[in-house]
Design a protein around this ligand. Structure first.
Ligand SMILES: [Zn+2]
Length: 406
């Protein structure tokens, strides 16, 4: 054999060994997720079902793969999902027409019918429920309300949401509300107003997580000051890795050990990739250039659609970098998963993590980085369960859990 051929053989053997290791890591990751349970705190399937055909579930078989949707039973199973928070979401633009509560009820209706329609799903109202349902081999289904505009300034609406099964309320969505500032809108109240503080206190009393994804850093700090229970970030990453305002700054991460809260990282490429801010700048410049040269919106839209600068996209390793950073600043007890799948995933999510079947690949990457099994169990779901039990303890005893009551 010539030296070249020998070198090729050696290379092939090395590649095979590396692949074997990858396969072994993936198998280990899958086994860990089976035990965990894996809890994902954000998935927008309900909104997709409303957009698809007004939330009509007849004629939709979620027992088979639907690549165009952000979840179905086979892919949830493949991904090892043990509990899923289904998102009740309506655009904050509905604030202008006072339609938010009406639209929120449509979303609750879809989630509740969705859960009833599948024998693999069961509504969970407590941490005990999540563990019981997971042990039974089904997928625990929870409800998270994404945006404080949906209570329309009414604590009564908040209480009814809790009664319907909501276990978190994200204080804002993209826009600032009357009582809390959003991360991506004007800073109107410098955090929470007095009413905003009373919303947090009522959520503590009811036993609902205060969700600080989407809110401004001032709102995060105010909520952490007021809340007697652990807070969550249902789908947010680390600002030190990607300085997007949707991500969590270090000084807030440092407050989590005392509060007990958990940051659930998402897989959205815009919030993951450290190269995103630079790309956004170039895109804004390209848009400005088009606006100077062209005079109607349609040709500008077409121009930017043809702009040949693909988004940097992000990688599984970069999602793991966010997790590494949160571990470094807040600690291993304050990390969870909230992927935020909201469409078919091909253009929105980090390549390699485009749908609910892909969680094991992220956990394999964490194993490759030396995370121990018990640390992975925490990230997958045990941190969330621990925080949820602390949150339930703060709640008024008559309101805790819910499944045991008539
Ligand atoms: Zn969101």
């Amino acid at each position: 054999m010539t030296r070249g051929i020998v070198a090729l053989f050696v290379l092939a053997a090395r590649l095979a060994a590396a692949q074997e290791t990858d396969a072994a890591l993936l198998a280990r990751a899958r086994a860990i997720l089976e035990r965990a349970p894996l809890i994902d705190t954000h998935n927008d399937l309900p909104s997709m079902l409303i957009e698809r055909n007004d939330g009509d579930l007849a004629g939709l078989d979620l027992g088979i793969v639907h690549p165009e949707l952000c979840a179905d039973i086979p892919r949830l199973r493949e991904g090892g999902v043990g509990a899923q928070y289904w998102s009740v979401y309506t655009a904050s633009a509905n604030m202008k027409t006072n339609r938010s509560l009406h639209e929120a009820l449509r979303e609750f209706d879809v989630v509740l019918r969705l859960v009833r329609s599948r024998p693999e799903l069961e509504l969970a109202r407590s941490a005990d429920d999540i563990e019981r349902i997971h042990r039974s081999g089904r997928i625990a289904s929870l409800i998270g309300v994404e945006g404080g505009h949906m209570i329309e300034g009414s604590l009564a609406a908040l209480r009814v949401f809790h009664e319907l099964g909501a276990r978190y309320l994200t204080l804002t969505h993209w826009d600032t509300v009357e009582w809390a500032d959003a991360a991506t809108d004007r800073n109107e109240h410098e955090g929470l107003t007095e009413f905003g503080e009373s919303v947090v206190r009522e959520m503590n009393r009811l036993g609902m997580f205060v969700d600080l994804s989407h809110v401004s850093a001032e709102t995060m700090r105010d909520a952490l000051r007021v809340s007697r229970a652990p807070v969550i970030f249902s789908h947010s990453n680390a600002r030190a890795i990607n300085p997007h305002p949707r991500n969590v700054p270090d000084d807030v991460l440092q407050l989590l050990p005392k509060n007990g809260g958990v940051v659930h990282v998402n897989f959205i490429k815009e919030f993951v990739s450290p190269a995103d801010p630079e790309w956004q700048k170039r895109r804004t410049a390209a848009l400005e250039d088009l606006h100077t040269r062209l005079d109607d919106q349609k040709t500008v839209d077409a121009g930017i659609a043809n702009w040949e600068n693909p988004h940097p996209g992000g990688t599984i390793a970069e999602v793991a970098d966010h997790i590494d950073h949160i571990r470094k600043v807040a600690g291993i007890d304050h990390i969870g998963i909230g992927a935020d799948f909201y469409d078919g995933g091909t253009t929105s999510m980090v390549p390699g993590l485009k749908d609910v079947s892909r969680y094991p690949y992220l956990f394999a990457e964490l194993l490759r980085r030396g995370y121990r099994n018990d640390e992975l169990l925490k990230i997958a779901g045990r941190n969330h369960l621990r925080a949820m039990r602390q949150m339930e303890k703060v709640a008024e005893p008559s309101l805790r859990g819910g499944s045991a009551r008539p």
